[in-house]
Design a protein around this ligand. Structure first.
Ligand code: E4P
Length: 215
């Protein structure tokens, strides 16, 4: 399973990469907007020096312009993954990128038919947004389970990337369902190594070791 961080902040990428567990980064226009003053190309290029896969989202909506942006972004660094919205123009763009060997991530996937269409268009990854479904009172992880079931019937190479992660339970379920990737916000990433019993257990080990030293 690959772990990505969902951020446009280079320092956050560097910190989690230093743990030795980080495979990639996903950015989106909203995350980029939070990093005031940062240059997008420079940010993406720096991140590409830290991890192997960095999703950079194109903002054009018509195929011809989307193609140009995909060509431009993919020329920045070999680790750039072009992030393409799940629209009809997006499907054409995914197909174009696939024919050119450009890696892609299909964003804003909310249904199995969308996932199947993106896979058939040659997408490298699909990003179903689980948190946004949870926000509507649904169970977003059910969509991941359904996509996984569909994938098990066919030979799609497209990787299932669990996006819009809100908590550690999403990561737990992504792993047990068999999603290929989860993209995780910085705050949730910091919670992943934690467990109360680990803290309690370590405290007891240290106390007992101290008593051994004082013999
Ligand atoms: C994924 O690539 C998206 O950037 C992200 O996971 C969206 O998450 P949100 O629903 O918390 O904005």
């Amino acid at each position: 399973m690959k772990l990505f961080i969902d951020t446009a902040n280079v320092d956050q990428v560097a910190e989690i990469a230093s743990w030795g567990v980080l495979d990639g980064v996903t950015t989106n226009p909203s995350l980029v907007a939070k990093e005031e003053g940062a240059d997008f190309k420079e940010t993406v290029t720096k991140m590409c020096g830290l991890v192997n896969e960095v999703s950079a989202q194109i903002t054009a909506t018509e195929f011809e312009e989307m193609k140009k942006q995909a060509d431009e972004y993919s020329s920045w660094h070999k680790n750039v993954v072009v992030k393409v919205p799940m629209t009809v123009e997006g499907l054409k763009t995914l197909n174009y990128c696939s024919s050119k060997g450009i890696h892609t991530n299909t964003t804003l996937v909310f249904s199995v038919p969308q996932a199947v269409m993106a896979a058939k268009s040659g997408a490298t990854m699909i990003s179903p947004f689980v948190g946004r479904l949870d926000d509507l009172g649904m169970d977003g992880m059910e969509l991941i389970q359904d996509i996984r079931t569909a994938w098990d019937h066919y030979n799609f190479d497209t990787q299932i990337l669990v996006a819009s992660v809100r908590n550690t339970e999403h990561v737990h379920r992504a792993a047990t369902i068999g999603a290929h990737i989860a993209t995780i916000p910085y705050k949730v990433f910091q919670e992943l190594p934690q467990h109360d019993l680990t803290d309690k257990g370590l405290k007891k080990f240290m106390e007992d070791w101290e008593s051994v030293q004082n013999r």
